[in-house]
Design a protein around this ligand. Structure first.
Ligand code: ADP
Ligand code: MG
Length: 332
């Protein structure tokens, strides 16, 4: 029998977990759980682990950089709700061969990342591991009561937006794997090894009170928009030519025998935000975007009513057959 996909496995394991209960505003199924807090705030709680050999390789990253990333990928889930991170816990599994210096470097990275967001370590766990290091971090954040942006709020007609560029991290990983580390490859490798959680952007988006749903792009744009679509009971159509990029991205992808469109649509770990905006408020939102010039926010498509529709329009205006591109697992 074919093993279950990660998403199907989670669905099976969590089938009896409540999505709402007393004080639980959002259980399994979003980027963070939401628990009603006192004083007009809700708590956001999220956890993510990195495992050696699966999520990182020692020969590709130093431990300080790894520490930064381990925290950043968790912060990204707080960003995806429009929240502000506050506290964190760190659990580590250490193989016998690792020295104290390794763990110190890891913590230097975690601490440096935490300092940028003014958040505090409040606990964790330290255990032995037989041969690989793992790092599991839990982050607590907060958001004004009822203002977290869920995956489940997208409505037919809503516009779809993304922050930043997509596919860069996947290209960086391919560069690392292919031993390509020249100046051309560096910006992409940096995106992969040292992603930035879009906390400031998420808070800004939440403050506009215009976004109807949001997610961070950790699994790849199609997969993550798929999570919004599944949770909201809608479909989507995106226009790949509207996703911002740089010429070097497509050039280097082709040099490495990769299709840049595939990387853009299904490459994971960009940790940008994808979100939807009520179509009636698009003009107002575009105005707000114009008035802030800190980061790139691009309109890339629309939400549609038919849950089976997961369409991608190519730069030439034609529908891309996502099946022939190897994306058939994204089709519903
Ligand atoms: P993300 O990519 O945002 O970290 P995931 O795809 O890892 O989200 O998880 C989706 C949802 O499933 C989240 O609500 C997460 O907390 C939950 N989840 C993932 N793995 C497990 C598990 N083993 N047991 C319970 N809940 C889980
Ligand atoms: Mg997420």
């Amino acid at each position: 029998m074919k093993p279950l996909s990660e998403f199907d496995l989670i669905a099976q394991l969590t089938a009896d977990a409540p999505s709402k209960a007393k004080d639980l505003m959002q259980g399994v199924g979003d980027d963070c759980a939401i628990i009603a807090g006192p004083y007009g705030f809700d708590w956001l709680i999220t956890t993510d682990a990195l495992v050696e050999g699966v999520h990182f390789r020692r020969e590709w990253t130093d431990f300080e950089t790894l520490g930064r990333k381990a925290l950043a990928v968790n912060l990204s889930d707080i960003a995806a709700m429009g929240g502000r991170p506050r506290f964190y816990l760190v659990s580590i599994g250490l193989p016998p061969c690792d020295s104290d210096a390794t763990v110190s470097a890891l913590y230097d990275g975690i601490r440096a990342q935490a300092a940028e967001y003014d958040i505090f370590l409040i606990g964790g766990d330290t255990v032995s591991s037989s041969s690989e290091i793992f790092i599991s971090i839990t982050v607590l954040g907060d958001v004004p009561r009822g203002h977290a942006i869920l995956r489940s709020g997208a409505k037919p007609g809503d516009a779809i937006y993304v922050t930043g560029q997509l596919g860069f991290s996947a290209l960086g990983l391919i560069c690392l794997d292919g031993g390509k580390r020249n100046d051309d490859a560096k910006p992409f490798i940096l995106r992969h090894l040292s992603p930035i959680a879009r906390i400031k952007e998420g808070i800004w988006i939440a403050k506009t009170c215009i976004a109807t749903s949001m997610i961070d792009v950790s699994d790849g744009l199609l997969a993550d928009l798929g999570h919004i679509a599944d949770e909201s009971g809608v479909g989507f159509e995106i226009d790949v030519g509207r996703v911002p990029t740089v010429p070097r991205f497509a050039e280097l992808s082709r040099e490495l025998k990769q299709d840049p469109i595939v990387l853009m649509l299904s490459g994971g770990e960009d940790y940008e935000l994808a979100f939807t905006v009520d179509v009636q408020k698009v003009a107002q939102f575009e105005q707000l975007i114009q008035n802030q010039d800190i980061y790139t926010i691009s309109r890339i498509g629309s939400v549609v009513g038919d849950i089976a529709t997961r369409n991608v329009i190519g730069a030439d205006g034609n529908l891309i057959d996502i099946k022939t591109k190897g994306f058939d697992h994204f089709a519903r």
